[in-house]
Design a protein around this ligand. Sequence first.
Ligand SMILES: NC(=O)c1ccc[n+]([C@@H]2O[C@H](COP(=O)([O-])OP(=O)(O)OC[C@H]3O[C@@H](n4cnc5c(N)ncnc54)[C@H](OP(=O)(O)O)[C@@H]3O)[C@@H](O)[C@H]2O)c1
Length: 172
Amino acid sequence: MDRNMILIFAVDNNWNIGYDGDLLYKISEDLKRFRMITEGNIIVMGRRTFEALPDKKALPNRTNIVLTKDKDYKAEGSIVINSLEELSPLLEKLKASSNKEMEVFVIGGGNIARQLIDYCDRAYITKVFKSFPADTLIPNLDLDENWQIINESEVFTEGDMLFKYVDYVRVD
Ligand SMILES: NC(=O)c1ccc[n+]([C@@H]2O[C@H](COP(=O)([O-])OP(=O)(O)OC[C@H]3O[C@@H](n4cnc5c(N)ncnc54)[C@H](OP(=O)(O)O)[C@@H]3O)[C@@H](O)[C@H]2O)c1
């Protein structure tokens, strides 16, 4: 598989991303940005993340790919695959049949991020300056010398949340 996928995640101070099947926080500005970045592109997610989407429906205006071992699984509006081996040929096919450049975003959750991080060369991370109770996390790119920050926004506020957007690239 090519190494050109992009991680896009919202993390807390400890790079936690979820608790009990849900997100740790919802910042409307961040969700808007997520939509703008991913629309028109391909998004890849695990079954648990799909089930956390609003109404358990594919995100609109994107090609949704859901990974599950369950061969009978139906994910409305999405392409379901049963192994990572199926991902590469599927992406090739989707890109070949599209008349525009499509990027591939790994949108969740922790399990899928750990399996696909080696195939990613960029990451869009929203960092909230808070620590939440959590049961799911992604690798801390700040502790990984293979990843380097290339862009960091100012700190924004929404409600009681302080957050910033941090973009990383793989440098190994
Ligand atoms: N903060 C954020 O940015 C963010 C983003 C997304 C999700 N989340 C949160 O993350 C949590 C979910 O993450 P998670 O790590 O528990 O689960 P996940 O990565 O979303 O999904 C895991 C599931 O994917 C399937 N799967 C994994 N590897 C596979 C493979 N190689 N082949 C086929 N199927 C495979 C399996 O489904 P089956 O069990 O059906 O076989 C597995 O149980 C939720 O709390 C969610 O809200 C947070």
